[in-house]
Structures are given as structure tokens and as C-alpha cells.
Design a protein around this ligand. Structure first.
Ligand code: PLP
Length: 437
């Protein structure tokens, strides 16, 4: 993919040297609002959702997409996806609360937590949320709580750990014997037969092998193992599945030289063996679920940020921003690459190499290392791309810097969908004991 096409995939283009995002001039936005600021393009969210929906529909009609809420919990994003008829995958009761607050009905939510507390389970039972467990002991506790609450044990799912994982960083690989998630092969028969003995009537099954997978072939081995365990549960225990959830993990091209994930290869890997076992008629007539987060939300957003300091220490050049790892932690946490570009390239010819750094009092606060950019000046604005997944949701008020605002672009109009935090917000929940007053 050439650079212009790569930018245009993200709805970005230069017109007469000025950077336009979703048809709006980024300089105009930067001058109107305080930076740093997140800007979300509604069109991209819808486009990516529909791409995946079309892919699933073309292979297996009985399917559902569960948007992974952890990637972006903004209520307006949830509403956009509600209007696309998405379902929602939540990793905590807080995420479920956000969904319920957006008017999402409980039957459209799946709760894939880990290290669940009894309070987590009570919340799920009280709100009729389907849970996806990842240990034997959780099953025993959940069943007890259902009995205490006098509620019907309708449907349950377990997360399988296929031991083959993948992802953009070791911390995002979620399968393997050393990994905390899921249930290994040798305990799968035990948990499903116990769940049936405890009175659960219907079952689903789930796996999620990691996050940020750009090579679709990485799904091949784990899916083969997943299919084998599904067949085994059906043949040995006679389980008929209501759904088979293949998880998320679909990556996006963060780097200009990267090609997008090949959805044809992905769908062939997902559908081929799955359809074979469904057609054999031994595992029931399950729905096929996937749980993408990043694929739908990442490319929808940029962060606009202003350069406050250009520093030449005699050895290298630094461009200092008002955004740091408090605004976007992925580069510091995972060494992730986010492409960074000028909002105004007019009259800029000289290319120089910069470390793009934030204002946080840590030397790890580097958003881009050794980036070659048209000469930068203090006061210039930059755009940090692909910030819509694990961007705002992982931001923090570290160094007591309030979190930024979020804007939404719909059809050429700008809407403020989250206010920036204030200094008062940062201290609001603290109380000082009387003896210190
Ligand atoms: C269980 C589960 N499902 C889905 C996702 C979404 O992953 P991604 O945003 O890479 O699609 C995650 C991410 O960590 C996850 O843990």
C-alpha cells in the first residue's frame, strides 16, 4: 500500500500542505480546542464494523460481533456501535456498567473477566449477564451464588487456552502454559462436566489468543486446537454449543509499510474447520462470535498535540509535546509504534530527525524515537495516529495532569463527547483525616 493510500485508509490527507482528518482541517480544530485532544471519526468505526460483518456474513450467516469495550469505552462510541447492531464484550463490571448506561440490553453483553470476585459474579447474576469463566474454582463459586440468589443457571461459557498465542508484544499474548488466562486442554472435560452436574443447561466456548495480530496465519494453529477441543467436548460429553467465540486480536497497520490484516485469509482460517464440524451435526448449531476491539476503534482516532519545546542538546534533537505517556501509554508500555505527522507541511522542506517526547517526568516518556519529519518549530501542531484503541482507556492523570477532552466527527460536524478533566477532578475523591486539617 503506498503512503497516500495508507493515510486515506485512516481518512487523512494533505490539502495544500494542511492535514485534513475526516474532511476537517486539523489546524482549525487545534486552534479552537485545548490540546492535547482525542478526535474520533465516526465514519471509520462504522466502516470497520461493516467490513467485519460482511466478512462474517459471507462465510457463516449465524454470527455476532462483540465489540471489545476495553479498547474504547466512550459512551458515544458504544452508541454508534449499538446503531450498527453490535454486541459487546466486557472485561469488568465497570465496562458492563458503561454498556448498561448506554441502554445496551444484557443479552447483548458477554462478560469475559478474569480473577473474578464474588461481587463481580453477583453483579453479573443480578444483571443477567452471560459470563465466560477461566477456572474451575470460579465455576464452583458462581454456581453457589446462583443458588443463593435463586436464579436459573441458564447458560455458561469457558475460555479455552489453546497454548498457541500471538500478539504485537509479549504482554498481549494471551495463550500459553505460562499465561494466566483460560483453561488448558487437560481440564476442559472436567469443567464442562462439572458445570452440567451443577445445573447449567446451555453452553458456549471461547478463546482469545492475543492482541494486535497482523498476520492472519497466526490464527491457524490455535484455531485447529480449538476445533479439536470442541469436537472432544461434544463427543465425550454430548455438549451442543449455543456459540463458539473466536475472540478478538485482529491487528491494524500502525506503520506505513505494513499491509492491513488479510480478512480473506482470516475468514478462511476461521470458517473452514468450524463449518466442517458444524456440518457434521455433532456440536449443535452454534452462533459464531468474534470480539474485535482494536480493528474497529484504533484507526478512528488521532491525538492533536502541540510542540512547546524544540531542544538540541548538541547530540540529538527533541520535539517536546503537550501529550505524553499520560495521554497515550502504548509506546512506553509496549514499545508500540504510532505514526506522527505534521498538521502543516507548507513551506517545510528540510527533513530532520527528532525524538518526539512528552512532558512527563520520566525518561521513558517518548512517543516516537528517531522520527524523520519536515523541520518542526515551537507552536506547531502534530497528529499522533491510530489512537482510538487502548488510547484514552489506558490514559492516566500521572504527574497530576488532567486527562484530555474527546471530540467526535460526524459528517463534517464536531461534537465534544468528553470534557477535559479539571484540577478539581483530580483531588475530588480524596478526604483528609480531621487530625491533619
Ligand atoms: C477476551 C478478549 N477479547 C477481546 C479482546 C480485544 O482484543 P483486540 O482489541 O486486539 O481485538 C481482548 C483484548 O485484550 C480480550 O482480552
Amino acid at each position: 500500500m503506498n503512503y497516500i493510500d495508507w493515510l486515506s485508509r485512516k481518512d487523512l490527507e494533505y490539502r495544500d500542505g494542511g492535514l485534513y482528518f475526516a474532511n476537517l482541517n486539523t489546524l482549525g480544530i487545534a486552534e479552537k480546542f485545548r490540546t492535547p485532544i482525542y478526535i474520533i471519526n465516526e465514519k471509520t468505526i462504522r466502516k470497520r464494523y461493516r467490513e467485519l460483518k460482511d466478512t462474517l456474513n459471507s462465510g457463516y450467516k449465524k454470527n455476532k460481533i462483540y465489540f471489545a469495550v476495553k479498547s474504547n469505552t466512550n459512551l458515544s462510541i458504544l452508541k454508534i456501535l449499538v446503531s450498527e447492531r453490535s454486541n459487546f464484550d466486557c472485561s469488568s463490571t465497570g465496562e458492563i456498567h458503561a454498556c448498561l448506561s448506554s441502554g445496551i440490553s444484557p443479552e447483548r453483553i458477554i462478560y469475559t473477566g478474569n480473577m473474578f470476585t464474588n461481587n463481580d459474579f453477583k453483579f453479573a447474576i443480578d444483571n443477567d449477564i452471560l459470563t465466560n469463566l477461566d477456572s474451575y474454582s470460579q465455576l464452583i463459586r458462581l454456581a453457589n451464588l446462583y443458588e443463593k440468589n435463586g436464579k436459573d443457571k441458564r447458560i455458561l461459557s469457558f475460555r479455552f487456552n489453546p497454548e498457541f498465542g500471538a500478539g504485537h508484544h509479549p504482554h498481549t499474548i494471551t495463550a500459553g502454559k505460562e499465561i494466566k488466562f483460560g483453561i488448558l486442554e487437560n481440564q476442559m472435560i472436567k469443567v464442562y462436566s462439572k458445570a452440567r452436574d451443577l445445573g447449567f443447561k446451555k453452553f458456549g466456548i471461547h478463546q482469545h489468543i492475543g492482541s494486535g495480530i497482523i498476520n492472519a496465519k497466526d490464527y491457524e494453529k490455535p484455531i485447529e486446537k480449538f476445533i479439536t477441543i470442541i469436537e472432544k467436548l461434544s463427543s465425550q460429553l454430548g455438549i451442543q454449543f449455543e456459540f463458539v467465540d473466536f475472540g478478538g486480536g485482529l491487528g491494524i497497520p500502525y506503520r506505513p509499510e505494513q499491509d492491513p490484516l488479510d480478512l480473506n485469509i482470516y475468514s478462511e482460517i476461521v470458517f473452514t474447520r468450524f463449518k466442517e464440524i458444524v456440518e457434521k451435526g455433532e456440536i449443535g448449531e452454534p452462533f459464531l462470535f468474534i470480539e474485535p476491539g482494536r480493528y474497529i476503534s484504533a484507526e478512528s482516532s488521532i491525538i492533536l498535540t502541540q510542540i512547546n519545546t524544540i531542544k538540541d542538546n548538541g547530540y540529538k534533537l527533541f520535539a517536546g509535546l503537550d501529550a505524553g505517556f499520560n495521554t497515550l501509554i502504548r509506546p512506553t508500555m509496549y514499545g508500540s509504534y504510532h505514526h506522527i505527522i505534521n498538521c502543516n507541511e507548507k513551506h517545510k522542506k528540510k527533513i530532520l530527525k527528532y525524538d518526539i517526547v512528552g512532558p512527563i517526568c520520566e525518561s521513558g516518556d517518548v512517543l516516537g524515537k528517531d522520527r524523520e519529519l519536515p523541520e518542526l518549530n515551537e507552536g506547531d501542531y502534530l497528529a499522533i495516529l491510530d489512537a482510538g484503541a487502548y488510547g484514552y482507556t489506558m490514559s492516566s492523570p500521572y504527574n497530576s495532569r488532567p486527562r484530555p477532552a474527546e471530540l467526535l466527527i460526524n459528517d463534517g460536524n464536531l461534537y465534544k463527547i468528553r470534557n477535559e478533566e479539571t484540577f478539581d477532578d483530580l483531588i475530588r475523591n480524596q478526604t483528609v483525616p480531621d487530625y491533619l486539617k
